[in-house]
Design a binder for this molecule. Structure first.
Ligand code: GUN
Length: 287
């Protein structure tokens, strides 16, 4: 049976270290990192994510500012709030919770945030920096996945990493990050032919599909590492991942559970980016 990668435990350890770093920054240099989170409308999942981000900020000592806008807010009003936060010296990071209502152009919103405050690393400047390796901010979920592997002493270099999903938030940036870690990377998607066969060639298989239990045990090579990025509601109403966990764990060597795997790491990496933003804005480029 696979070793279960405990994202809850690993993320708690990272948050504890960040808490010490933030306390030291405050005591030694008077720097208090701060994060502004904008939520538009009342998407229940977004509300849970935003609450979790606030809780993590409180735990670590990062100041958080929440801006809850009505679902019919105009794009101009949203952009104007971003401009205001961008100019505020007491705001280091700006995050606009996605998805946004259909009348708002997500790309315009992302590009309006200064790259130096873009703690999601969604801005094209930060995407480009990830491509060249000259990055300060890493997108949170990919960074969390690589950190989970590292903390579990799973070497990425030379391995065949197969990623199912080509989103701008997970699949594409994760591929680039794993490439920087010297992996051989294959990205699969909804049009990929012979998906099962390709998955069976993976040393590390990452499922970021958004479909409950999409990855079945027969798609996993014996001894492979399986990382599940999905958060779905299964037929029984319970939260489940993109991987059929109960059967996959009998084949894999390591596997992340849902919940309690990648999810908590994403928030942790956001907190890490908020601290990086505060340092960058205080002319500290070493981190
Ligand atoms: N919605 C789902 N995941 C994310 C994320 O990582 N960042 C933002 N801003 N919105 C999201």
């Amino acid at each position: 049976m696979a070793c279960i990668i405990d994202g809850k435990r690993i993320s708690a350890e990272i948050r504890a270290k960040l808490k010490v770093e933030v306390a030291n920054l405050k005591a030694e240099r008077g720097i208090v990192p701060s994060l502004a989170v904008i939520i538009v409308g009342e998407n229940p999942a977004s509300r849970v994510y935003v609450n979790n981000k606030k809780r993590a900020c409180d735990e670590i000592g990062i100041v958080s500012h929440e801006f809850a806008l009505p679902c019919d807010v105009s794009q101009a009003e949203l952009l104007s709030l971003i401009d205001e936060l961008d100019h505020r010296g007491d705001v280091n990071g700006i995050l606009v919770q996605m998805p946004l209502p259909a009348h708002i152009d997500e790309k315009a919103v992302i590009e309006r945030i200064s790259p130096i405050k873009d703690v999601d690393a969604f801005h094209e400047i930060n995407v480009g920096k990830l491509m060249t390796g000259n990055f300060k901010f890493l997108p949170c979920t990919p960074a969390g996945i690589v950190r989970l592997l590292d903390e579990s002493n799973i070497d990425i270099a030379g391995k065949h990493c197969v990623i199912i999903g080509r989103s701008n938030i997970v699949g594409k940036p994760l591929a680039m990050l794993m490439l920087h870690c010297d992996a051989t990377v294959t990205i699969c998607h909804s049009k990929t032919l012979h998906l099962d066969e390709i998955c069976r060639t993976a040393d590390i298989l990452v499922a970021a599909v958004g479909r409950a239990k999409f990855v079945t045990a027969d798609m996993i090579a014996p001894g492979a590492v399986v990382i599940d990025v999905g958060i779905n509601r299964g037929g029984d109403g319970k939260i489940c991942g993109d991987v059929d966990f109960d059967n996959a764990k009998e084949v894999a060597s390591y596997i992340t559970p849902v919940p309690g795997g990648v999810g908590p790491m994403t928030i942790c990496m956001l907190m890490n980016n908020a601290v990086t933003a505060a340092l960058l804005q205080n002319d500290d480029l070493k981190r």
